[in-house]
Design a protein around this ligand. Structure first.
Ligand SMILES: [Zn+2]
Length: 148
């Protein structure tokens, strides 16, 4: 009777060891399958692209980060102008130009129609021009104060 105790203990130890080995095997298998199977983004396959899509050139894109994954293609995007409410389309070609030539922010999209965009640009330029004398006076004052 007393001799069975160590045997049981050995069995239990063996069982534990095999559990550890099993886990190691699972981990090894998982590692292997992760490296063997490469996930393909369905968007990267041209046959999945919508009509009129044009290919993106990732080399031409600006700073990439995880928040804004670069698109594989551009396609005409309808949008409503923020200022006048006009229904507009941001063309695929314009997107390509914005992201790849101008290096626009990947998270940015068109929000204003052309005429509102022009108005907004003029408004900003005017605001800058209006605040410039004030800014210059302020910095001149500061420079004088620093010199004293
Ligand atoms: Zn507008």
């Amino acid at each position: 009777m007393g001799a069975r105790v160590p045997t049981k203990f050995k069995e239990r130890k063996a069982a534990l060891k095999s559990g550890k080995q099993r886990r190691a095997q699972i981990v090894a298998r998982r590692k292997k399958s992760n490296s063997a199977v490469e996930w393909i983004d369905p968007d990267s396959l041209t046959e999945n692209w919508p009509r009129g899509a044009i290919a993106a050139n990732h080399a031409g894109l600006g700073l990439l980060n995880s928040y804004s994954y670069p698109p594989f293609y551009y396609v005409d995007k309808p949008f409503t102008c923020r200022d006048c409410g006009a229904e507009e389309i941001w063309r695929a070609t314009q997107q390509k130009w914005f992201y790849e030539v101008v290096k626009g922010d990947l998270a940015a999209t068109a929000v204003r129609c052309l005429s509102c965009r022009r108005k907004e640009r003029q408004r900003r330029a005017k605001a800058r021009a209006d605040s410039l004398p004030g800014l210059l006076a302020k910095s001149a004052k500061k420079t004088r104060a620093d010199a004293v």
